[in-house]
Each structure stands twice: as C-alpha cells, then as structure tokens.
Ligand binder design. Structure first.
Ligand code: DMJ
Length: 592
C-alpha cells in the first residue's frame, strides 16, 4: 500500500528558515568535533539549570525556572543524567553526584509508581509509567554502579558484585516485586512503593509494562546472586509470548489476572515498544537464543502484517487489518533495533522515511498520519524524545553513512532554535507553531543528549570494540570489564555484559566451594557414623537424606535449593582461597 507524503507548503517555508536537511555549505558532512561541543553545551545548559532551579525535585520546569516531583521524590533527572556525565567525560561531577544520591534518595515513600502519568496523560498515550520508574531508577543506578570504578569512585571489595549503588538498585527493584504476584505472573502496571499493589488496582497493563524487565532484572540477579528478579522477568516474558495471536502478534494492553487482551491493536510503538527492544537486548546481554528466537518470530509477523513501504502501521492483532495508519515518534527506535540484529538495509529505509517527517516539522510529532502526511490532532507535540537520534547512532556505527550525522546536526539546530529557553529546554507542545510546554522530561539528559553526543563521538569509551579493557582484580579473581559492547537499557543506561559474567562466575566458584564442603562434611559424618556403627557392631548403611548428595542430580538439586534459599554457606566470600573453607569461625586450608 503506497503512501504519499503531502508536505504542507507553508510549514516547509518556516522550516527552511531553520536550515534543516542539507549538508554543510561546501557539501561536506557535519563536523563531529563542532557538534560534540554544541551537544555538551546543551547538556550543561539544561543540567546546571536543573541543579540550580529544580534539584531535589524530579524534573525541571524550564518556563517557570523551578522544579516538580513527577514520581515521588527521587531526584530523577539527577539519576537519569548521571552516566551521561561520564560519557561527556565529567568524572568529578559523576563522583559528586554519586555521593549526593547515596545521602538523599529514599525509596520508602508512600507513592503510587504510576500516579503521575495517570494524572497528566490521556491513558491511551501512557507508555507504561511503572516501567519508566523501573528502567529509570533501577537502570540508572545499575549503570552508575557499573561505571563507578571507571569514574574514579572508590569501590568496595567485592565490586562489581556489591556496592552502595547496587544495593540502592536492589532496594528499588524489591519494591516492584509485589506487582508480579498475579495468577499469570504478568505484573500490574502500578505499585505503591510502601504498601505494594493497592486493593482495587486496575489489572490492565500495557505490553511494554510487562515485557521490559529482563535487562535490569537479569543484571540485578547476576550481580546480587538473588535469582528472583530474573525469574519474574522471564515468567512475564513467557506469558506474553504464550498470549500472542494465531498470526503471531501481540496487542497493546492485557488483563494480568485473566490473560485476556483488552486493547487489540498490534504495532511497534506506544504500549509495546520496549517489549520488543528487551527481547533483542536481553538476548544479547544474556546470550539467550530463546529470547532472540521469540523476537525473530514477532519480526516476521510484524513485517507480514504491519509493514507498508517501510512504514509500520497498527493492525488488529487477530485479523491483521489496519486499525491506525499512523507513525508514532516512539516507533523511531525500530531502525536502531533492526540494526542490532544486522538488518541494515531495512533499517536504513525505515530510518529515511522517519527522517522525512523530521525534516517536515523540525522534530517528530507524537503521531503522524501517514496517508495524509500530517500530524494527528492533539498529538502535535515533540517532548524532545530520543528515539530517532538513537537509531541514527546505531546505524552510524553500522554504516558510517553521513546522512545519519545530518540528522544529528538537524536535531541540534532544531532543538536549540525551537526549545531552548533561559532555564533549559522545553517540551514542544505543537510542532506547527512551536508553542512550548513547561516541562523538560528526564530522558532529555539521559537519552536525547547522550545519543547525540555518542553519534558525534566515534572514539567514546562506550563504542570500544574490545581493543582496550579494564582488568579488575576482585576478591574472587580477575574480571575483564569495559571491553565494549555495552547494552543500553530503554532509558539509555549502559550495562556492561561482562560484569554479569564476572559475578555469575563468582556464584559458580561459591558453588564449587559449597560442593567441596558438602563432600567434606558427608565424609566426616560417614566416618563418625561408621565408627559408631562399628563400635555397636550393627550393619553399616550408606548415608541418606537431602544433606548428603549421593548422585549428580541430588547434587544439583541441593545446589539449586541453596541458591534459592539464599542461605550463604560462606558468610565471608571475600576471603582468599586458602581460607575459603571457613565456616563458623573454623578455617580449613586447601591442604586440610
Ligand atoms: C523513554 O522513557 C524510554 O525509552 C521508553 O522506553 C520509551 N521512550 C521514552 C522516551 O521517549
């Protein structure tokens, strides 16, 4: 089904004045060094203003030069901006903020995680508020924890498998666990951080709100050794997979108590987006073929039923009939995701479609009617979202095509021209007349600015291809960290997959020691029983019972059980190996 873009002439004239789209005057690609500096200046204009006018509130209100709490009072913009500081090379400010957060952030507050989005946005437009809190706070803390050594923060023994920011992330994540206690294992969309799920809470959750946990929760499980996080995330992913329609599509909202689809629109944007993103990123992070296989199956159905001329529409999930011929700005992450699975040609074609919309308006309207070639009523705004820039960054890494830098240049020019105000950068309420809203969402500093900078900074440590690395000596052995291939969570917080491996390995070593100890004790017990039996002259029997693993299966069960029960057999795993067999104060050396 071909679609024609109808570019409104008047608007085009306005935008030509903004100098979009064309390469530099001499036909050359935008100069990365120049734009790096411009992006840095953008960051500090917004960041300094947040600190001066809004901290410790969650977000800056750039038109009134003050702050407001949007989720509770977590100083969200500060948490969200933390790793961007390091990517921009500001080590000292990163260190300062880590201290500030440790002293100030409290998760024991009586707040419903979705209260804000529910209040200010039309529900059909909610993108999963619960997951934003989660990906923002938990993801931000995890990535800051993993980057802290690189930033010169003095880390404790046991890092990266322990540390204050990791403990904060764990605490925040535990607050979210009650939401997963449903008959289906799919979580509620809202949870009260103090009391758990409110009685009477709606059981209807968007797909992204169910399927956007594996990156942070598997990271938490690997680093802390508590499998519960990864387990709940995987169950939720499996239930969604089992709920797909016969033609292989998922809808937009589902009842987590009954497993029935409540909104049956299938697409790649709002309400679903980061579910697909996390299948791919979870697969890469965990080297998990099943997650990738799920995504590839969805990808086939998405192409078959929703793709038209490299645009993606919304269709009815059971019939595949078009329900909304609309492109949403949230969908602009898709070319980036396609590039992650190596589908560069398709990614580039879709990117170029989306780029025409950017050129038309100097930003991406929230909704764009594809056949009409124009914005959709009440969806004309651009809250400075990152998605198209994120795709440009991935695609530029993959292709080096200068068109991608041109999008970056257009974004810098446009955002500065339209949205810069004295106290920061304001959401564009309407791209047709450039009216502004009194908001600067925290993703502007976490994602938009970060991806712009990374687009123009090919040698940033984040882009490392393995040629350099940090060898970290932990009490458990040597870990190779920072060798590259960071996985960005959906809020652009980078996670180093090697750290997961590093701490998982620690668990395996612990298991080995536990096995040795079991063997040691069972031998000892056997010996004393044997002695007793011999003394009483009765017949000797082999020892039995759960404490004595007599077969490899029993062995594994015992190991699993002990991992699940989280009763550490070793209370001080940071001891050197020779004293690893220390239990209740008694030390057994290697030779004993
Ligand atoms: C971000 O908060 C996250 O990336 C989310 O998954 C969807 N998009 C917003 C920013 O647009």
């Amino acid at each position: 089904m071909p679609f024609r873009l109808l570019v409104p002439f008047g608007l085009l004239c306005v935008l030509l004045a903004l100098h979009h789209g064309a390469p530099g005057p001499d036909g050359t690609a935008p100069d990365p060094a120049h734009y790096r500096e411009r992006v840095k200046a953008m960051f500090y204009h917004a960041y300094d203003s947040y600190l001066e006018n809004a901290f410790p509130y969650d977000e800056l209100r750039p038109l009134t030069c003050d702050g407001h709490d949007t989720w509770g009072s977590f100083s969200l913009t500060l948490i969200d901006a933390l790793d961007t500081l390091l990517i921009l090379g500001n080590v000292s400010e990163f260190q300062r903020v880590v201290e500030v957060l440790q002293d100030n952030v409290d998760f024991d507050i009586d707040v419903n995680a979705s209260v804000f989005e529910t209040n200010i946005r039309d529900p059909s437009f909610m993108e999963g508020s619960f997951i934003r809190l989660h990906t923002l706070v938990v993801g931000g803390l995890l990535s800051a924890h993993l980057l802290s050594k690189k930033a010169g923060v003095e880390v404790e023994a046991g890092w990266p498998c322990s540390g204050p920011l990791l403990r904060m992330a764990e605490e925040a994540a535990r607050k979210l666990l009650p939401a997963f206690q449903t008959p289906t294992g799919m979580p509620y969309g809202t949870v009260n951080l103090l009391h758990g799920v409110n009685p009477g809470e709606t059981p209807v959750t968007c797909t992204a709100g169910i399927g956007t946990f594996i990156v942070e929760f598997a990271t938490l499980s690997s680093l802390t050794g508590d499998p519960v996080f990864e387990e709940v995330a995987r169950v939720a992913l499996m239930r969604l997979w089992e709920s797909r329609s016969d033609i292989g599509l998922v809808g937009n909202h589902i009842d987590v108590l009954t497993g029935k689809w409540v909104a049956q629109d299938a697409g790649i944007g709002a309400g679903v987006d980061s579910y697909f993103e996390y299948l791919v990123k979870g697969a890469i992070l965990l080297q998990d073929k099943k997650l990738m296989a799920m995504f590839l199956e969805y990808n086939k159905a998405i192409r078959n039923y929703t793709r038209f001329d490299d645009w993606y529409l919304w269709v009815q999930m059971y019939k595949g009939t078009v329900s909304m011929p609309v492109f949403q700005s949230l969908e602009a992450y898709w070319p980036g995701l396609q590039s992650l699975i190596g589908d560069i040609d398709n990614a580039m074609r879709t990117f170029l479609n989306y780029y025409t919309v950017w050129k038309q308006f100097g930003g991406l309207p929230e909704f764009y009617n594809i056949p009409q070639g124009y914005t959709v009523e009440k969806r004309e705004g651009y809250p400075l979202r990152p998605e198209l820039i994120e795709s440009a960054m991935y695609l530029y890494r993959a292709t080096g095509d200068p068109t991608l830098l041109e999008l970056g240049r257009d974004a810098v020019e446009s955002i500065e021209k339209i949205s810069k105000v004295e106290c920061g950068f304001a959401t564009i309420k309407d791209l047709r007349d450039h009216k502004l809203d009194n908001r600067m969402e925290s993703f502007f500093l976490a994602e938009t600015v970060k991806y712009l900078y990374l687009l123009f900074d090919p040698t940033n440590f984040i882009h490392n291809n393995g040629s350099t690395f940090d060898a970290v000596i932990t009490p458990y052995g040597e870990c190779i960290l920072g060798a590259g291939g960071y996985i960005f969570n959906t809020e652009a917080h980078p996670i180093d997959p090697a750290a997961l491996h590093c701490c998982r390995r620690l668990k395996e070593e612990q298991w080995e020691v536990e096995d040795l100890m079991r063997e040691f004790y069972s031998l000892k017990r056997n010996r004393s029983r044997f002695q007793k039996k011999t003394m009483s002259s009765g017949p000797w029997e082999p020892p039995a019972g759960p404490e004595t693993p007599s077969s490899p299966e029993n062995h594994d069960q015992a190991r699993e059980k002990s991992a699940k029960q989280k009763i550490p057999l070793l209370s001080c795993p940071s001891q050197p190996f020779t004293s690893k067999l220390a239990l209740l104060g008694q030390v057994f050396l290697d030779s004993s």
